[in-house]
Design a protein around this ligand. Sequence first.
Ligand SMILES: [Zn+2]
Length: 326
Amino acid sequence: MVEAIGIDLGGTKISAARVDGEGRILARKKVDTRAEEGAAAVIKRIVDLAASMKTPSVRAVGIGSPGQIDHEKGLLAGEAVNIPGARRLDICSPVRDELKVPCFADNDGNVAAMAEAWIGAGRGEKVVLMLTLGTGIGGGAVIEGAVYRGAKNFVAEFGHMSVEVEGRICPCGNRGCLERYASASAVARSACERLRVIPPPDSVLMAMCGGDPSAVTAKMVCDAARGGDALASGVFDEACLYLGVGIGNLINIFNPSCVVVGGGMSLAGDILFSRIHKVLNAGRAYPPIMAAAKVVPAELGEDSGVIGAAKVALDAADRRDPGARV
Ligand SMILES: [Zn+2]
């Protein structure tokens, strides 16, 4: 059966997996990114990693990375997010030259959405949107099996959708961006600020962080909220309100059949999804459109990066050379 190698270029680790045409992971490897050694060293590590996993069945290699990716040219098009100082970096040609198979690159939000639409929480759905709640909020849209890339590969910056007109300043230059309120980092930051202003007596959350508000994590906030901690519940409710508003906007614009929410915070489970649904059902999405959309947790976890990169590569190789797949 045909196989592809999917690579997830992260800030600290480069993960790779050999994936078959059904989305099964056959082998996996991981190495340190060591971005401080420069772009050439990182690219060599990617090439060596892919070469070490190649079998005669490998048809293509896919690389998922944060930032703006030129999928057609295989470039990290702008500033390479995980490789400081590198701009317009060609990450695909060296892999293609060494392994003698096509290599394609795509944004990490796109590949995660593709993986969930292929074999994860959005399988079988016509229009799948994905939001990944992490340091920021990543996104991707897969429409009838294909990643929607927009005019210039800037699509699905869901985290930079403004949900508060005079809201918090975002590094992107706007105000009130969703990720300033509903990312894992934002939840931790909000809880930290509230604990510093009025530390409530007998706070479960304060005990969890060992009395140091700066050590609070989004997971602690989720756990404390589930346990009934009032401050944590307030922070969590606020994040879910903004998230519900943001997802409602996306539902109104895209008319999706499925919205997948991933990232570490999605592991909060029902405490998160019941709140999001409450916001959506309170009229934050146009009811007839909302009725067609399910909002569900991601199923593939961190594997979505390598599985989605492999799928994007297989599809791109098929488009380029439809007769080659056996
Ligand atoms: Zn922003």
